[in-house]
Unconditional design. Structure first.
Length: 428
């Protein structure tokens, strides 16, 4: 259970807040390159870390990310003309480049040179790994881009999606590192009840998750600190002399990689604060060894796992709280625990049901919440250390993100980190 002060410290991320300053010390995913498909295309609105911004791609193809509001009379630059390497406010013609420099001020006399004294807030951007990244922090402390495996594979090996979630970022992160909820939230009724037919089916399966994960509903948690965050190790009983381990990577400030079985595609997330009550959920599926398979593409199309359909402008999911996530009560009665289609929508529904910013002082946590407790402690330590003048190590060392998750069987006398050492190294 967190104190009210700790909860506020972790969840408030606007400019000038301790957690806001911490997130701003990292490069953050800001938008999809496809939102700015060509040079001089229309600008788009971006809300990030409590700030209203405008993104545009200039004549040279460079992406700018600037304050939404013209410094003259505070008109929105969303209505601006993207032309000749700058964004021109249509109210009085003031024009700004991707660096925030005022290029033209046609309603002011040239001899006053007023345009030389006016700038607009702008942030550096990079296109990398299927994202447009932004850095909103101290210009003198610019970090390295994280060397995530999925960011370095060819486009054909990767699928990226973005969606809006109407909760604080921390609720989403905590859902991503909670390895026990999938026995319930994402289960079929037969899996939850462990019917004889279901048990016989999974025991004959070669899929380790189906065979062991769903049969042991009360796993043992161990957490180990790493240079980029935490390894969250979840142990379940398997054969008489073996344990089944699922190892989740939590990477600062808010990435996870879902445990996967060798030979299959890998999946992960990044959660970025939009403001204190909403966040952007970035979901990535990738195969380091080749293009995504037809099975992967079909899962994406059917929204059965981490990706879901969204409005193409707002990125709000089609299944949302206004339509009760299109819940099917008959399906819930007969076949699935929730009656909601797809893991992503199931997670979204349950996390948004807590309210936009949950009161963690009213929780009652158990041993299955070990990872959540450890993650909160780590983030609190990182935020407080930065308040004392210590820059985050991971932000300045992009190579520490060169990791994978894992799921595997190990002899009961083998330590999980030793037994999975090679599997957890990225290879690309």
């Amino acid at each position: 259970m967190l104190s009210r002060e700790e909860n506020e410290l972790l969840t408030h991320t606007d400019a000038g807040t301790p957690a806001g300053n911490y997130f701003r010390s990292f490069w953050l995913p800001a938008l999809l390159p496809s939102e700015l498909p060509s040079a001089d295309c229309p600008p788009v609105r971006v809300r990030l870390m409590g700030e209203d911004l405008i993104a545009f791609r200039d004549t040279n193809g460079q992406v700018g990310l600037v304050d939404e509001f013209c410094p003259h009379r505070r008109a929105s630059l969303f209505w601006g003309r993207n032309e000749e390497c700058g964004l021109r406010c249509v109210y009085h013609g003031w024009k700004f480049d991707v660096n925030g420099t005022c290029l033209d001020m046609p309603n002011e006399p040239d001899e006053y040179r007023f345009q030389n004294r006016v700038r607009i807030t702008s942030y550096p951007t990079r296109e990398y790994g299927g994202f447009v990244w932004a850095y909103l922090g101290d210009p003198d402390q610019q970090p390295e881009l994280p060397k995530l495996e999925w960011a370095r594979v060819p486009d054909s090996h990767r699928y990226v999606s973005k969606r809006l979630q109407e909760t604080n970022y921390l609720q989403s992160v905590e859902g991503g590192i909670d390895s026990s909820h999938s026995n319930f939230l994402h289960a079929s009724v037969d899996a939850f009840r462990l019917t004889d037919a279901y048990v016989a089916q999974v025991k004959a399966s070669s899929n380790l998750r189906a065979k062991y994960h769903l049969l042991d509903k009360a796993p043992i948690f161990t957490v180990k600190k790493t240079d980029c965050g935490l390894i969250i190790a979840v142990r379940r009983n398997a054969e008489e002399d073996q344990y089944y381990w699922r190892l989740t990577q939590f990477m600062l400030p808010s990435y996870t990689i879902i445990p996967y079985q060798k030979g299959l595609s890998i999946n992960g997330h990044c959660w970025v604060p939009r403001d204190d009550h909403t966040c952007w959920v970035w979901s990535v599926s990738w195969n380091p060894d080749g293009p995504l398979s037809q099975e992967d593409r079909e899962s994406i199309r059917k929204e059965s796992f981490i990706h879901e359909r969204v409005d193409p402008v707002t990125f709000r999911p089609i299944r949302n709280k206004d339509n009760n996530y299109l819940i099917d009560r008959e399906q819930q009665r007969a076949s699935t625990m929730t009656g909601i289609h797809g893991f992503a929508a199931q997670d979204q529904a349950i996390q948004e049901s807590m309210g936009p910013l949950t009161d963690r002082t009213r929780e009652r946590l158990g041993t299955s919440d070990t990872a959540i407790i450890a993650t909160r402690r780590l983030l609190l330590q990182e935020i407080r250390a930065m308040e004392e003048g210590h820059e985050p190590f991971a932000a300045k060392h992009g190579d520490v993100y060169w990791v994978r998750s894992a799921s595997l069987l190990l002899k009961r006398d083998v330590e999980f980190d030793e037994g999975a050492r090679e599997l957890m190294k990225a290879k690309v």
